[in-house]
Design a protein around this ligand. Structure first.
Ligand code: BGC
Ligand code: BGC
Length: 805
């Protein structure tokens, strides 16, 4: 069918569903016209037509559904004919976050084998596997971890981006995986967004200059024999469109703006990615003027496919179709009709497969639309040679584990780290002399997980140990090597204490790892989890010059730290090659990084973008000193303005937060702060500090509940991800009857925590009404029980998960 005809049908059928408002409908003719850079291959299209003629309807539906390896087996792929699988940030072979590389390859073979095993007369269509290789092949132990995009944005080096893409593709091929959900080419307009670090900058310019070389590094060049094959993979430009423009920087939120702003701010990098031949585009979780992107026909079909000439695959985001008006995770014709070609249906694949099949049979989903989606999937597979190649482990580079963190890849990453550092202040202490005596302090100095941030082995980048980074170099190790090689002396002391006074101190500190909405902030102030400021001040008082190395996924208000330091370096999230930091601090390389995002002067300064009326940053977009510049800085105000508030914490340092209170009482009845000691009581307790915890005592006379109660909050986004309610506690007297937490039986877990501290975690998906949760923590038992709680939060749990499934 001709494209324009398809568009007319879609537009008409959109009217029968929820009719979009005018502000939610784009006008493709107002967007620059583009054509696919890949010439139509008539022979290939004929081959697809012939193949489709032999496919069953079930097979066609299978090509447009993608399940997560945590919820799907190779046998499911065979039975439901799924065209692809993927792994979310927390899904790994065998459920082990640190599964060895060979397990990934073996699982890739298992899915391929299942999809190609003979099934009567049906044609065999190999399945492909998508992964978030977003800063290197970052789910796999031993892979090179490149700086996150924010740091790459600072280096302004498109040629190096090509090499980073190529190295990432090679490491993916080692483990048999052929499709990455990268690059993120978001333009980020509000740094409170938890995904700020996944963007290259606040203007379209950097992402636009990077999209082409990076896509070509990953995929190869159109027309070359190894395009999408051999050392290359299929890339994904994400998240289309306006993901970084949501109101308040809210993840999965809503971009409220006119069509011109949407087009001019966010689409230029997509034009560049398409021109380089990117084969898939991921539809955003976010919305535009109240309508979710995954259901927006005017943008997915009208703009992206018809106007911009995209002939590859539009893949959804993690159950993003479920957020489209009128849809659920397991039923969403509207997304397919709008132009989504593959549902990313982690745990919902079977349901969406069944309802899609039924919809096509009943005629509520046009057969022409399904056929178009299938054709696109098959086209990408044919271009990538999927029908010709053998199973993943028999392909070039597969199983060559020595290529993970190969010397060549490490050198590329180290160069990227060095180029990404942005010097914000320097009274003259930098560059340091490597032959000197250097003290290295700060709570992140020797911690590869802190250097690497989210999307590192786990979704949130948490729960790992140093042993999980066998090939990496921490910033401390890099500094130590440089100093020792030059005949100097380096000492590591987190707290900055020393015996012999050093010539200078380097303090490495910054944000804790996070990903997606778990990283959303109420303002842009830096909240230090440790006392690095005191360390810096003490060193200064002792006459030791201080170089601050700040690890963060975004610019943050750090005025007190800027005042306390003699030099201040924004190091972003550099990844596995910490030695790149030493290269620059000791003058082997000059600073060349320039800010990809404006640096805030105030904690409540959001949004803050170059070009805004009244633009008044502390350091402007593009700022970055060299050691030859006069980098002195007048003392800055230390008054913190803003709305600090951590949405993820319910109880910490002995206090309930977020306006909640700890209430107690008979189960099923209204709760109060202090019901008297007969049934259930609370009193302050100590763990690490005085009264930083609470002790709860159930007497067992009747069923009683302890709950953190507040205004209802919407936890649907968290419940859709792997987020759990995590309580940090010690059981002082074991339960004598079953105990539930949010309705889930946690008795066994509590018994395991008798006399010791640990976590009890219950997935938020176990909550009955996730959209309005007034009691995100409610523990009930009819028996007696005595326990001490030191913290309660929403997090991706490291241990102690008790599931309701
Ligand atoms: C997955 C992530 C995903 C997130 C979405 C997590 O459980 O591991 O890959 O992005 O959920 O909410
Ligand atoms: C994220 C995507 C990612 C997907 C799969 C989603 O939650 O938004 O960027 O590709 O999960 O992990």
């Amino acid at each position: 069918m001709r494209r324009s005809a398809m568009w007319a049908i879609l537009a008409a059928s959109a009217l029968t569903a929820a009719t979009p408002l005018a502000a939610q409908v784009a006008h493709p003719d107002q967007w620059p016209a583009a054509t696919s850079p890949i010439p139509r291959d008539a022979a290939m299209e004929a081959r697809i037509t012939a193949l489709m003629a032999r496919m069953s309807l079930e097979q066609k539906v299978g090509q447009v559904v993608q399940g997560d390896i945590a919820s799907i087996t190779p046998d499911d792929v065979r039975r439901y004919h799924l065209g692809s699988v993927f792994n979310g940030g927390n899904s790994d072979p065998g459920g082990k976050y640190n599964a060895p590389a060979k397990d990934w390859l073996a699982l890739a073979d298992a899915f391929w084998d299942a999809s190609t095993a003979p099934q009567g007369k049906l044609p065999r269509i190999p399945a492909i596997w998508g992964i978030d290789a977003v800063h290197g092949h970052s789910n796999v132990v031993g892979a090179t971890l490149f700086p996150h995009n924010i740091g790459l944005g600072a280096m302004r080096d498109p040629a190096l981006m090509r090499r980073i893409g190529a190295a990432t593709a090679i490491e993916m091929r080692v483990t048999g995986i052929d499709w990455t959900f990268a690059p993120t080419i978001a333009v980020v307009r509000d740094d409170r967004w938890g995904r700020t670090y996944e963007g290259f900058g606040e203007t379209p310019e950097i992402a636009t200059s990077y999209a082409g070389p990076l896509v070509e590094g990953l995929q190869g060049r159109i027309g070359d024999r190894d395009w999408l094959k051999g050392p290359h993979v299929v890339a994904t430009a994400k998240h289309f469109l306006g993901d970084g423009g949501t109101r308040g920087g809210k993840d999965q939120g809503d971009a409220v703006m006119g069509e011109t702003a949407l087009r001019d701010l966010f689409s230029p990098p997509y034009y560049a990615a398409l021109k380089a031949g990117v084969q898939s585009v991921m539809a955003s979780f976010s919305g535009w003027n109240g309508a979710k992107m995954s259901g927006n026909a005017s943008l997915l079909t009208g703009v992206l496919k018809d106007r911009m000439g995209f002939d590859g695959v539009v893949v959804g985001d993690w159950n993003s179709h479920g957020q489209v008006a009128g849809c659920t995770n397991v039923n969403c014709p509207a997304a397919l009709k709008a132009g989504l070609d593959v549902y990313m249906a982690p745990d919902s694949w079977k349901g969406i497969w069944e309802t899609t099949l039924a919809g096509v049979k009943a005629g509520t989903i046009p057969m022409a639309r399904l056929d178009d989606a299938v054709r696109r999937v098959l086209r990408v597979k044919m271009r990538a040679g999927i029908f010709e190649v053998v199973k993943p482990s028999a392909r070039p580079l597969a199983g060559r584990y020595e290529l993970l963190s190969s010397p060549e890849h490490k050198a590329i990453a180290r160069q990227a780290v060095a180029e990404s550092l942005v010097l914000l202040k320097n009274t003259g202490v930098l560059p340091l002399k490597p032959g000197a005596s250097i003290l290295v302090a700060g709570d992140a100095a020797d911690d590869v997980a802190r250097q690497s941030g989210g999307w590192t082995l786990s979704w949130q980048g948490t729960g790992t140990t140093p042993a999980d980074f066998p090939a990496a170099t921490s910033i401390w190790r890099g500094l130590d090597a440089a100093v020792t090689a030059a005949g100097g002396r380096a000492t590591l002391a987190r707290d900055g204490r020393f015996e012999a006074k050093p010539d200078a101190a380097i303090v490495v500190f910054g944000e804790m790892p996070y990903a997606e909405f778990q990283g959303d902030l109420a303002d842009v102030a830096f909240d230090d989890a440790a006392d690095n400021l005191a360390v810096m001040k003490r060193l200064k008082a002792q006459g030791v010059p201080v170089v601050a190395v700040f690890l963060s996924g975004r610019p943050l208000w750090v005025n007190p730290y800027l005042n306390a330091a003699d030099a201040f370096v924004a190091a972003w999230l550099p990844g596995s090659e910490g030695a790149g930091v030493a290269d620059v601090l000791f003058g082997r390389r000059e600073f060349r990084g320039k800010l990809p995002y404006s640096w805030p002067k105030r904690a409540d300064q959001t949004p803050l973008n170059v070009g805004d009326a009244g633009y008044d940053p502390l350091f402007a977009y593009g700022f970055g000193l060299t050691t030859r510049d006069d980098g002195r800085l007048a003392p800055l105000s230390e008054a913190r303005d803003g709305a600090s508030g951590d949405r993820n914490t319910l109880f910490a340092r002995g206090k309930a937060t977020g306006g909640r209170r700890l209430l107690l009482g008979p189960a099923g009845q209204p709760l109060v702060a202090n019901p008297g000691p007969e049934l259930i009581g609370q009193r302050p307790a100590d763990r690490a500090a005085q009264e930083d915890s609470v002790r709860l005592t159930w007497t067992g006379r009747a069923a009683a509940t302890a709950a953190f109660v507040g205004a209802p909050v919407d936890l649907s986004r968290e419940a859709n991800g792997d987020v759990a309610l995590v309580a940090e506690l010690r059981v002082d007297a074991a339960p004598t009857a079953p105990v539930t937490l949010n309705g889930v039986d946690v008795t066994a877990r509590l018994r395991a925590l008798a006399g010791r501290w640990g976590q009890v975690a219950v997935p938020l998906r176990c909550l009955a009404d996730r959209a309005r949760v007034a009691r995100p923590f409610a523990m009930t038992t009819a028996g007696s029980l005595d326990l001490t709680v030191s913290a309660v939060r929403f997090a991706s749990p490291a241990e102690g998960l008790v599931d309701c499934r």
